[in-house]
Design a binder for this molecule. Structure first.
Ligand SMILES: [Zn+2]
Length: 90
């Protein structure tokens, strides 16, 4: 978690854990042909298995780009006036 003060208001940056937000969305792209695995929520293993199978079917395709998307949220902290407003709203 990162804390910073921007324009005299304190904010905290952290992972978004609200609602149905996944911890991460993972996928793999072949650098030879551009084929991509299906994105998966919270699991890297399906992309790893996909890359191994892809190379098995295409022995010259051995380089991949692994993608990991994560979700962040900025929330008011300290004496930030939005903190009190959000506490009243909930
Ligand atoms: Zn390929």
């Amino acid at each position: 978690m990162t804390r910073s003060i921007i324009t005299a208001a304190e904010w905290t940056l952290g992972r978004d854990t609200g609602g149905d937000t996944p911890e991460g969305i993972y996928s793999v792209v072949c650098m030879s042909c551009g084929a991509a695995s299906a994105p998966t929520h919270n699991e890297r293993l399906p992309g790893e298995v996909w890359a191994l199978k892809h190379t098995g079917l295409n022995p010259g395709h051995r380089q991949f780009k692994a993608r990991a998307e994560t979700f962040w949220r900025v929330t008011p902290a300290g004496d930030n006036p939005y903190r009190e407003k959000e506490a009243q709203a909930s």
